[in-house]
Design a protein around this ligand. Sequence first.
Ligand code: DAH
Length: 337
Amino acid sequence: MKEQIESFRQETIAELSSAKTLADTEAVKFKFLGRKGKIADLFKLLPKVAADERPQVGQLLNEVRAELEAIVDAKMASLKPTKPKASVDVTLPGRRPFVGTYHPLTLVLREIVDIFRSMGFRVADGPEVELVKYNFDMLNTPAWHPSRDESDTMYLPNGFVVRTETSPVQIRVMESQKPPVRIISPGRVYRRDRPDATHSPMFHQVEGLYVDEGVTMADLKGTLLSFYRQLFGVHTQIRFRPHFFPFTEPSAEVDVTCIFCKGSGCRVCKQSGWLEMGGSGMVDPNVLAGVGYDTEKYTGYAFGLGIDRIAMLRFGLDNIRLLVDNDLRFLRQFAGI
Ligand code: DAH
């Protein structure tokens, strides 16, 4: 009898392990453990077992049944589909799809472009892979100028660079158009800067250029004052500090009153009350002559400013990398702006 029980046990386990589906398993369960299954036949044999062995054999049979039922249950649980089939609850509120956001640089750039457009400037574009001729030579950059150093500039073969500034767009526009010219040109620029909290090998500038009859430095100053007041608020002042740029003469660096302390001095402006915004000046007659403009008749001004810096100030960012890391946790904060 014990041998019979053992072979029943093994046969059941073998068939269970070859059962692939829930239905197969159920069939095996029915055949071996059902009320009229093979196990029932074994129980029917019990009365014929010798009386002194009967309790032991009965116990064995019960244990085997419990063991096999446990195997069947585990197998059925693993084969059962985990989700109920039709479980759409139409009364649940919908899941809101994530709506994209504008990148902080885009937000700032749109503001800048809107302001200059309202003052009559047109947006001009230029390539990021630029001719050395446009990036340096025609911008009157002398051979000795440090910006030409290989330690600052990424040179490409055959007379090309990845542009180090947006100023070459000035040349492209003036070569293709007679005055009056009034453009701004936003875009990416590249330098071999060691990355830190405020430096990145790729950043963004906006170039501005106005060439016409009778353009003066007063026009430059008035335009920039108006621009920065629209961008940072009506209390903003600007100041020019004498500087040198190869393509302007005279040249000036432009500061605005600190947007945080309004000029009284704070940590951001290093107690100076001023924030440096970019360069500017009167277009050097050499540059105008280089594109064939009559330097007796025309004068112009130009300026350049950094978009990343303005975005960092505007949104209180302490690291320029936030603007290029594409971290959605950061970017999603600009939703709805
Ligand atoms: N190209 C300059 C730079 O990257 C910025 C600049 C200064 C642009 C003066 C100008 C300008 O147009 O007039 O540092």
